[in-house]
Design a protein around this ligand. Sequence first.
Ligand code: FPP
Length: 239
Amino acid sequence: MSPSRIPRHVAIIMDGNGRWARQRGLPRIKGHEAGAESVRAVLRAARESGVKYLTLYAFSSENWVRPPAEVQGLMRLLRKFLREEEDELHANRVRLRAIGRLRDLPPPVRRELKRVMRATESYAARQLILALSYGGRVEIVDAVRSIARKVSEGDLQPGRIQEKTIRAHLYAPDVPDPDLMIRTSGELRLSNFLLWQLSYAELYFTDVLWPDFREEHFRAALEEYARRERRFGDIGAGR
Ligand code: FPP
């Protein structure tokens, strides 16, 4: 694949863990556990393909209403993943980041997350970004609040607010917008994921359930991306 056709940033809605478990007569948490294996596989595939930024929707701001046992199970899984994956992140010089209302996370998860983020913050070549307690509208609300604060303190004039002002107040302002968004399990929705950042992304939907999603599925999505022509409002190459 020509390097220019490799997406710099891929964002993924990892959906279908519950259905995968139900199909096997297993508790939902088993689907999430299998989903964590898919995360490892996709991390490898992204690295091998030359994708620089990978954002994973690991827990949405709406997921808190799930049964407490499932929420606790997911939090436990997240901590386990952070502990077990740290060596791998160092070995491959991957910087871990997180976006979302991280203060909502249980303190032990937040501590582990902050520790690994700090330990990997000097790596520049590749980034893994976990969306945790994340909602796209809430991210915009948080941005608007900090902009409003600057306006009320006299540090910013309303007439000077531009698109780039909003971008600068998002959770990870330096991260380029995703080029490709993948959603698994056949659902055709954005579900409040990266609403600002996905404006021009190519969208790729697959029926594969997240726990079944492996390297070959990720590569198939990149191949489809490479075939698409992105115009950004222009009229295309054949004019
Ligand atoms: C959606 O499936 C998935 C989630 C809400 C959680 C995603 C979490 C993981 C993949 C595992 C842990 C993550 C990391 C980063 C280690 P669903 O439960 O909504 O599935 P359903 O729609 O079939 O019920």
